[in-house]
Every structure is written in C-alpha cells, then in structure tokens.
Design a protein around this ligand. Structure first.
Ligand code: NAD
Length: 281
C-alpha cells in the first residue's frame, strides 16, 4: 500500500439505491484518501452529497486535481489536509480545522494504513511503530477529536477500515494483524460509549482488494515464481479467498456509505467482513 492513485469510475457514480442527497449538508473526513480504498470511499461520500476532507500523501498537483475533480463532479466542498497519521498533533490540528470550517466532522472514516511483512524476530522496530501509529493509534486521535461535535449534533458515523486481518491472522504480518485486531476492539468500545447519542461506530474488514500496489505485485511475483499472472492471482494472492475474486473498491465503499445512512442507525459495534468468504473458513 503506497501512494498510487486508483479510482474505479464506478466509485464516482451515484448509487441508485441511495438518494443523492443522503448526506447533503454533512461533512466527511476520510484518512488516507489520496489512493485506493480511501479515495473510492471519499468519492462515494461526495456522490451521496457530503462535503469531504481528503487526507493522505501524494504529489501536490495530482492531489489538487483529485480535490477539484470531486468538488466539480458532485457540487460539494472538498478540502485536503496533509496531516501525517503518525503525528498526533497534526491529526488534532486537522480535526480542529475541519470542525472550525464545517461545524463538525459528521462522518469519520479511518482508512489510512500501511503494511510490512517480516518474521516477528526480524520485524524492524520503526515499521512496528509506524504500523501501530497509522493503522491503530491514528483512529484514537481522530475519534477523540471528532466526538464532541458529533455529540453536540446528536448524529455521527464512524467507520474504521480494518481488514480480514482484524479477525484472523497470517504469518509475518504481526504488526498489521495486531493493529487491525486492536482496531476491532477499539471500534466496539467506542460504539458502546456513544450508543445513546445517535453515533454509530463500525469496522469494515476487506479481504484482498486490487489497489495499485497489489496490482504491481502480480507481474513481479509471476516472474519470480515463473508462473502466469492468473496463477499468481488465484494460487498466491487469493489462496485464502473462497470466491477467488478480489474484493472491489466499490464494494467496500458501498458498505461504508450504507453504514452512514439513517437505515444503518442500529448497526453499531459491528466488525463486518467484506472478504469473499475468507473468514468463514
Ligand atoms: P493505499 O496504499 O492505496 O492507500 C493508503 C492511503 O493511506 C494513501 O492515501 C496514503 O497516502 C495514506 N497514508 C499512508 N501513510 C499515511 C500517513 N502516515 N499519514 C496519512 N496518510 C497516510 O492502500 P489501500 O489498499 O487502499 O488501503 C487502505 C486501507 O484499507 C488500509 O487501512 C488497509 O490496511 C486496508 N485494507 C486494504 C486491503 C487491500 O487488499 N488493499 C485489504 C484489507 C484492508
């Protein structure tokens, strides 16, 4: 997972199942939304009428193009904040700025995440610290800053993008699996704390999603193993996923936007797999 930009056009289309104006007048902040799943979610929230605060790393002119494109297409206000999710002070400043501009962050999607794969005894200390900071602690920092304004409005939606690795483990991913399991526990705890105040808190747990970094791995892995790319997809990447299909960004984004609807008001504290059956095994 890096800074590669990827946005399927289907993510930008309005969802026929949801009124365009479902989130009109609301503001959504999506961490790590300059790429991949976060960008897909930001686009769907904008399509549902929300103003959006983008966050994440990227080339400034590309990020500006994204920002302006989403604003023009959906006729909503879109801003960008480059807060680094390893820096609590920067996270607090991002939330302060968004709340000052929009009155509240009504929808908070904690999506920023990184990965590192290594045996536990060789796991670099700085990678452990960065994964715990970005994939787990950043959600604590955003949630604590967003809740007072949500409580004042008696409405809020928090969606934490976890992973199938919030429910099951794989070897060599100790920091990622620990962070994602921690995020599931954090989700349930906050859900209980705010349950009477019109605020829901849920975790969405994708299986393998074809973001650009995953796409880029396929030819390299095929070359390294001397097998065709479709074999790499099926027998290496999708070995744990019974559908043998990647989860689409729009499927993760669709569930996330549904969780932000009023119909989802009773779904809270849930840790919801979108993983092609991976965690049913
Ligand atoms: P991605 O690399 O395409 O996007 C990650 C985003 O996070 C980017 O916008 C990047 O700039 C941002 N980011 C990284 N470090 C940051 C930091 N320090 N501060 C601020 N932003 C930062 O990855 P993705 O595949 O779209 O992953 C998004 C989320 O989905 C992650 O939490 C990941 O764990 C989760 N997820 C991904 C998959 C998958 O197969 N791709 C599966 C399950 C869960």
């Amino acid at each position: 997972m890096e800074n590669s930009r990827f946005i399927p056009t289907s993510c930008t289309r309005r969802d026929p199942a949801l009124p365009d104006s479902m989130l009109k007048g609301k503001t959504a902040l999506v961490t790590g939304s300059t790429s991949g799943i976060g960008l897909g979610i930001a686009a769907r929230l904008a399509a549902a009428g929300a103003n959006v605060v983008l966050n994440g790393f990227g080339d400034p002119s590309e990020v500006e193009q994204l920002r302006a494109g989403l604003a023009a297409e959906h006729r909503v206000t879109v801003t960008y904040d480059d807060a680094d999710m390893t820096k609590p002070a920067a996270i607090a400043a991002m939330l302060r700025k968004a709340i000052a501009q929009f009155g509240a962050v009504d929808v908070l999607v904690n999506n920023a995440g990184i990965q590192h794969v290594a045996p536990v005894e060789e796991f670099p200390l700085d990678r452990w610290d960065a994964i715990i900071a970005i994939n787990l602690s950043s959600s604590f920092h955003t949630v604590r800053a967003a809740l007072p304004a949500m409580k004042a409005r008696r409405w809020g939606r928090i969606v934490n993008i976890a992973s199938a690795h919030a429910l099951v483990a794989s070897p060599f991913k100790s920091a990622y699996v620990a962070a994602k399991h921690g995020l599931a526990g954090f989700t349930k705890t906050v859900a209980l704390e705010v349950a009477e105040q019109g605020i829901t808190v849920n975790a969405v747990c994708p299986g393998y999603v074809l973001t650009p970094l995953v796409e880029k791995q396929i030819p390299d892995t095929a070359k390294a193993r001397g097998v065709p790319e479709d074999i790499v997809k099926r027998d290496v990447l999708l070995a744990a996923q019974p559908t043998k299909k990647f989860v689409a960004i729009e499927e993760v984004a669709g569930l996330t936007v549904f969780l932000c609807s009023n119909e989802a008001a009773s779904i809270t504290g849930a840790v919801l797999p979108v993983d092609g059956g991976w965690t049913a095994q």
